[in-house]
Ligand binder design. Sequence first.
Ligand code: GTP
Length: 369
Amino acid sequence: MQAVILVGGEGTRLRPLTYGTPKPMVPLFGVPFLERMLARLRDAGVDHAILAAGYMPQAIEDALGDGSRLGLKLTYVVERSPLGTAGAIRNVADQIRETFFVLNGDVLTSLDLRAMLAFHRERGGVGAMHAIQVDDPSAFGCIVRDGENRIESFVEKPRRDEAPTNEVNAGTYLLERSVLEAIPAGRNVSIERETFPALLAAGERLYSYVTDDYWLDLGRPAQYRQAHDDVLDGKLVLETPPVLGDRGGTIYTIGAAGVPENVRPPVFIGAGSSIADSAVVGPYAVLGEKCTIAAGAHVRFAVLWDAVSVDHGARVSEAIVATNVHVGREAVVEHGAVIGHDATIEPGTVLEPDARVAAPGRVPTEAIS
Ligand code: GTP
């Protein structure tokens, strides 16, 4: 079984994190998100994943290599300029031999991929799309279907009061090879806006696979933090074995025995991180490896990557802090702040709500062809 994973986007909404790490490689409890996704695919029987890349492809390849460590074959196809969600698939057509999965590289879901494949095989047609139900479909692509789940139409980002349904495109597809012929080559093509509507117009059968799975688009800072909270709350079980702490970290859940007094569960503490006795970590703090939290500092409702140091008396809350950041004495990093790799927050600084801080010299990395 093959899968195409769309990992070419610049991830602008996650800047400045994505100045140093491409979006698919942002860590989720110490493990790059894409690595977790590949493990799920492997467990579902996928033995060849094609990564449709464009932005910082080398960072992905350096970390994942040929895939042998993960138990599947990886092929990288790099776009010189972004080809869009369908153009990226068309661009890897010569690699595809059979029915294949397509996944957005930023969707965190508990979807059972084998069950979706069984659904597709049973229904037939040229493709199946995973759909979920949301309260407000206005930011999504709505999928209108009949009683047999056959898709009748798509409505992109409708006004909330005009939405024909609350079932929306969840970013995982199963497609037959014939779909590749419906995508023009050599230009930017959107699968949602062009290819799927064109298939319907041509009378092809597409089906909606509606589930009530956990589903989250990690592409915005608030959602990225939310993913961590949801795992800590047990709303999503990460299935890649071992489930948590797979790089030697520790998770403290509410009610856990042996929790240090200054740790307020639920929290995750990566290997080699140290917390001073009078610092307070948690609730809802996720620390990567080798972080240092000094005396009197507070870290809560926050995600820290590796080698972050939080100095005496500083406060980090409702924030995301990338690798190798130093938060100076008494600094306040709160209310939606996102701090990029290698940045220094000077002592006593109080950041504005939703502040984005990048280290000098950390500029967007262009796609490498
Ligand atoms: P934003 O800039 O924050 O919107 O993020 P993004 O660039 O990742 O865009 P978006 O979230 O809409 O993309 C959804 C998925 O498709 C992500 O996994 C992207 O990596 C991927 N993607 C988007 N555009 C392209 C493209 O032109 N080529 C490839 N290969 N992948 C793409």
